[in-house]
Ligand binder design. Structure first.
Ligand SMILES: C[S@@+](CC[C@H](N)C(=O)[O-])C[C@H]1O[C@@H](n2cnc3c(N)ncnc32)[C@H](O)[C@@H]1O
Length: 160
């Protein structure tokens, strides 16, 4: 895999705003592995990407940072993150994703999340000149937690 291949998808390139990463790194980190990155945008010195497919290797670390590509493959990243926690390869994974609360992958993560932060306002990713057209959520899955008290994806009454 090469950087060029990664750049083939616009959805790959929603780089975390540095101030957001720094705040999370201070409060929930420090992160010692960036699980989805390339040589130009990695948030930790230790990262997976460029020439290695993170979906096929262990995520060995203590606190792992994950801002995955936002394309159709997001479900595979959610599954992989949960597998890595269950395998005991890391203690926690903090995941920055679009707040697509109606999707299977979001509900799977939320079911396991020890903490969920719904971000106020829209983030301005990378070196973009505009705010993102979607809301963002941050989910923390932790080896010591089997889930939160928040229920997601519930059909309430007969409104739908
Ligand atoms: C949303 S960006 C996040 C970049 C950076 N980690 C951050 O938080 O700002 C997603 C990154 O994942 C990389 N990526 C895409 N597929 C990957 C894969 N299979 N394994 C590892 N990294 C991948 C992309 O090249 C891109 O740099």
């Amino acid at each position: 895999m090469t950087d060029n291949l990664h750049f083939s998808s616009q959805t790959d390139q929603w780089a975390t705003p540095q101030a957001v990463f720094d705040w999370l790194d201070g409060h929930l980190g420090p992160y010692d592995l960036d699980a989805a990155a390339d040589s130009t945008n990695h948030k930790c010195a230790n990262y997976i990407g460029s020439d290695v497919d993170a979906l096929t290797v262990p995520w060995s670390g203590s606190h792992v940072w994950l801002n995955p590509p936002y394309g159709r493959g997001l479900g595979r990243w959610a599954t992989k993150a949960i597998e890595e926690i269950d395998a005991g390869n890391c203690d926690s994974i903090t995941i920055l994703v679009p707040a697509r609360t109606d999707t299977n992958w979001f509900i799977d993560l939320a079911d396991r999340a020890h903490r969920i932060i719904f971000v106020k306002r829209r983030l301005r990713f990378g070196d973009g000149s505009r705010d993102a057209p979607f809301p963002t959520a941050i989910l923390v899955i932790d080896k010591n937690s089997l889930g939160s008290q928040i229920d997601f994806g519930v059909v309430v009454g007969d409104a739908l």
